[in-house]
Structure formats: C-alpha cells, structure tokens
Design a protein around this ligand. Structure first.
Ligand code: 1PR
Length: 523
C-alpha cells in the first residue's frame, strides 16, 4: 500500500495512475494518523508554495509529516513536494516551509524564459536505487519557476542546467524528492518510481553522468475534439478552422485511442481542444472529462485541455466559475488548461479599464494552480495594411505580401473558433496574458491551419520577442523540415501539429528522427 498526500490542488490523478500502472495500490491520506501509520508516502505538489503550506497546516499535517520524515521511512516528493522540505521560498517569503532540510527555494533569473517547462536531463551526484536501469542520458519533465538551494551539499542527488546549475533531486536516507515529474516522464519516469516503490531494491552502479543538460524542444500532438452530427465524440481537423467536408464534420479517429498512439510514438505532450467548448456547458460536457480520465490511465506525458474554460451559467441558472471548470479538468487528469476566447475578452477588459480585477480566469486559475498550469490559446489571422500607421496595432513588415502587394500586416485575434474577429492583436494579447499570470502561449495561425505550408515564422518571432514565457508554435506543419525551420528560425520552445499526424502523413517518430543531431529533443 502506498499512501498519497493529496492536499487538494492540482493533478494527483496522474501520480495515482502511474503508481497503479506499476501494480501498486494507492490510498489517499485523509487524516494526520494516516501519515504516521504509512510506510511509503508519496507527496506530489503543484501550485503555489504559500497555498500548499497553508493547506498542510489547516489539515494538521505539518507535525505528522515532520515525524514521518525524521523516522526515515520511504518518502517521495515531487516538484512542490520537494520544495516544501526546505525552510522557505521566494514564492511566499512570509510563509515557513517544513524546514526538514536547511536551505531556501529561489526563483530563476528574470532574463530566462520562465517557467522552465519541458524535458531536461539530470546529472547524478551520488548513487541511488532510483537510477537502477537508467543510462544517464534520459530526459525528465520539468515545470517550475523556482528551485531548491540546499545548504548541505551531501543531500544533492542530481543537478540540471537551465541558466544556472540547479538542484533537480535530493536524497537523504530514504527521503527522496525530485523537481521533475516522474509521473509525466514516460517510461523512464515510471522506472524511477518503480525503483523507489521497490523496498528490496538497492542501488547498483550509478548511471554515467552527463556534462551539460539541455532543455529539449517539445513536439506536441494536438487533438481538436467535437461531437459530430451523429453524436459521436471525434477527433476532427479543419482547413483554416473549417472542419466540415461535403457538409460533414471530418472524423479522424477516437480521442483516447489517438492520444495513446501519439504517446507511444514519442509525443512530448498531448493537447485536447474541445473546439465547440465556447457554446457548450463545459461541466455538462462529460465526454471530455471522461476522455481525460481514460487517457491519463495510459499516457504518462503532460496533458493540456482547452475549450470552454470560462465562467458560465447552466440551464438551471447556476453560475460556475472558470476556476471550477478548470479544477474539474485538473481532477480528471489535465496538467494545464488552455484559455482561448475568454482570454481575449479578459485582455479587452483590462485595456478598457487599465487595471487587473484579480478575478479573471487567468488570474484565478494561475493563483491556485500556478502560472505553468495556464496556457493562452491565440487564434490570430493576418490583416494586411499598406503602412504601419494605418492601424493602432503592432504592425510587422512581412516577406509574404498581401493580395494587393501590401508589405505590412498585423495579427488580429479572433474568438469562438475563428468565427468572430476582435479589435485586439496577438502580441498585446500575449503580453497582457503573461502579465495576468499565463505560463505559456499556444500560438495558432488561422491562415496556416491545415495548409501544410509550414509555420508562420513571422508571427512566431513577433510574439516570442514580446514576451518571456514559452511559446508553442502551431498551425501549418506539413513536413519534417518545417519543425527544423521553426526551431532554428524562432525561439519557440515547442511545435504542435495535428493534421499530418492524424492522416499518418508524417509520424512523431519521423519528426524526432529528422531532428536528432540538429536540434535538442527528447529521443
Ligand atoms: O475559445 O476557450 O472555448 O477554446 C477553443 C479552442 O478550440 C481554442 O484553443 C481554439 O484554438 C480551438 N478551436 C476552435 N475552433 C477550432 C477549429 O479548428 N474550428 N481549433 C479550433 C484550433 C488549431 C490548432 C490545430 C493547429 C495545427 N485548431 O489546434 O491543431 O492549427 O493544425 P495543423 O497541424 O493541421 O495545421 P475556447
């Protein structure tokens, strides 16, 4: 029996599913006594340092946790489950951590793209049973803005490079904790967890250690999901957002099956977009929740869900907040939520009033679940102009002239799946979205969607240069060379594609094979 400490925030389902997939039973800690009686305790953490300590305190878990840790019984902390072992964090300077280990938690330098999201390597500093079976050059999934800085170097198990060399795992006796997420790190992550859970395992030769570790560029498979005219939930795909062919919604497969196929082919992340979410009642849209639940049983890489993340009133007049909608998705297995139409409306309101309300979906969800859990999905299209001063929006000079030879354009935001154009540009949306708490931008492009012509490099550069959070380049991938182009001509951290994967024109493994040796990727 493995006890799991769920303090009421974030995606614990993935950890439960990962442990269950290893043949173990999981029991949730429901009282301080459960902690004292446990003999293997896993503490996954997402969200905010202050919030997590507050929750532990309210539940009366702090003293029992310290007693458990002092007794040196097997403990595995993940992400914030590592950070709270220390005395305090820059994230919430006034709040005390558990103080089991001396040292504090620091924020990454401001000039870096933060959060540090994605697959990075580990450099081992001492032997540990959790490394059994690893080669040493594997990559693990990280998503964080803060890192631990222990006073005692003897507890350092691994370090990783991102702007600096930071501590990515610690071990003190049977207390192990990682900054990365083994439950989201594919096969290697599961192996690491299995080694921890195996009480009879002893450490063998440590894996060879790497000189420098590098953050990999991510390849993301995107599944646009909706109900077709027969009432089945299907993965569909549009041409410039038009998903109908001869009047019928294109049906390219079943969401859960396709997600599993992409995981096995090596996708670094899977994104589901409920493309009619803007007109549905999200929480009554149970099929999407079920898709997430079933996918997270077999898919151990990060899952993002978008579509319908907004406040809404149901048929009976009951009001639901975007935070409630997002919480339900997190509980069902999502790691991030992606906000489309509502983000545009929030930013328009911000520009109108000149101030943040603190109550928007972006702010509320990032406050509770952390910035890394909030993605803004932008659906822009090009509007050509003859000169930069023709519109009050940031204009770029383009190498792809407009239909009348125009040399300038701006990127107009749309809502409701591209149906409604707004008086807001993509760069401003990304900048204000970042200011309000978004951790990542999913940058689609209606002009390129489904065309196989390659990514809109000019759009990606214009947005990426204006913000410091990671960007997912999306729309237009048609060949493996397009991934190389987007990673060498822009600073985008990830590239997302849909049509070529669904139609089996190009596989994820073919993309990775082509990029090997040219661009840092997760093998
Ligand atoms: O507005 O918060 O409810 O969210 C709706 C979400 O659904 C948004 O993220 C929006 O981008 C998405 N969406 C809405 N309508 C469509 C449509 O296609 N009719 N799909 C749609 C967006 C774009 C990408 C696509 C890439 C790659 N699809 O996700 O997967 O363009 O395609 P490709 O590789 O085939 O070129 P809300």
């Amino acid at each position: 029996m493995v006890y799991l400490l769920d303090y009421g925030a974030g995606n614990v389902r993935s950890v439960v599913n990962a442990i269950k997939s290893l043949g173990e039973e999981v029991k949730f800690v429901t009282s301080p006594g459960d902690i004292l009686g446990a003999n293997r305790l896993v503490f996954p953490g997402v969200g905010n340092f202050g919030q997590i300590m507050h929750n532990l305190d309210q539940r009366g878990y702090i003293e029992p946790l310290l007693t458990y840790l002092e007794s040196n019984r097997p403990f595995f902390g993940i992400c914030l489950g590592l950070q709270v072992l220390f005395e305090g964090s820059q994230e919430a300077p006034e709040i005390k951590g558990l103080g089991f280990l001396k040292g504090r938690v620091k924020r990454f330098r401001v000039d870096l793209s933060v959060p540090h999201i994605g697959w990075n390597g580990i450099r081992t500093h001492q032997p540990s049973k959790i490394f059994n079976g690893l080669q040493g050059d594997e990559k693990f999934y990280f998503v964080h803005s803060y890192y631990v800085s222990p006073e005692d170097s003897n507890v350092i198990l691994t370090t990783t490079d991102y702007g600096c060399e930071f501590v990515s795992a610690i071990q003190k006796g049977n207390i192990i904790a990682t900054q990365f997420h083994p439950e989201k790190s594919g096969r290697q992550g599961l192996l690491l967890l299995k080694n921890f859970l195996d009480l009879s395992a002893i450490s063998v030769k440590p894996p060879r250690t790497v000189q420098t570790t590098r953050l990999a560029k991510r390849i993301i498979a995107c599944l646009d999901v909706r109900t077709n005219d027969q009432g089945d939930l299907v993965v569909t795909k549009g041409d410039q957002y038009d998903v109908r062919e001869k009047g019928e919604v294109r049906n390219l497969g079943k969401p859960v099956d396709l997600a599993k196929r992409y995981y096995l082919e090596g996708a670094d992340e899977i994104t589901f977009l409920n493309i009619t979410g803007f007109r549905d009642f999200p929480l009554e849209d149970m099929p999407m929740l079920e898709v997430l639940r079933r996918t997270s049983e077999n898919v151990f890489v990060p899952l993002t869900i978008g579509g319908g993340i907004r406040d809404y009133i149901d048929k009976n007049g009951r009001r639901y907040t975007a935070l409630e909608v997002a919480s339900e998705y997190f509980r069902s297995g999502a790691d991030k939520v992606s906000i489309g139409s509502d983000a545009v409306l929030i930013v328009e309101e911000y520009l109108r009033t000149g101030k943040a309300t603190g109550k928007s979906a972006i702010e509320e969800i990032s406050r509770v679940y952390g910035n890394q859990a909030v993605v803004i999905s932008i659906d822009p299209k090009r509007v050509y102009v003859n000169s930069p001063d023709q519109v009050p929006h940031p204009v770029i000079e383009t190498s792809i002239p407009g239909p009348n030879g125009e040399r300038f354009c701006w990127y107009q935001c749309t809502i409701k799946g591209g149906r409604e154009a707004r008086d807001l540009d993509a760069i401003t949306l990304a900048q204000i979205g970042e200011r309000l708490g978004a951790g990542e931008i999913l940058l689609n492009c209606i002009d390129r969607d489904g065309t196989n012509l390659g990514f809109d490099i000019e759009l990606i550069n214009a947005v990426k240069e204006a913000i410091s959070i990671p960007v997912i380049a999306s729309s237009g991938a048609g060949r493996v060379e397009h991934f190389y182009e987007v990673f060498t001509k822009t600073q985008a951290e990830s590239a997302l594609a849909a049509g070529i994967f669904h139609r089996r024109e190009v596989s994820i493994s073919a993309v990775k094979q082509y990029l090997t040796g040219k661009v840092e990727i997760r093998p």
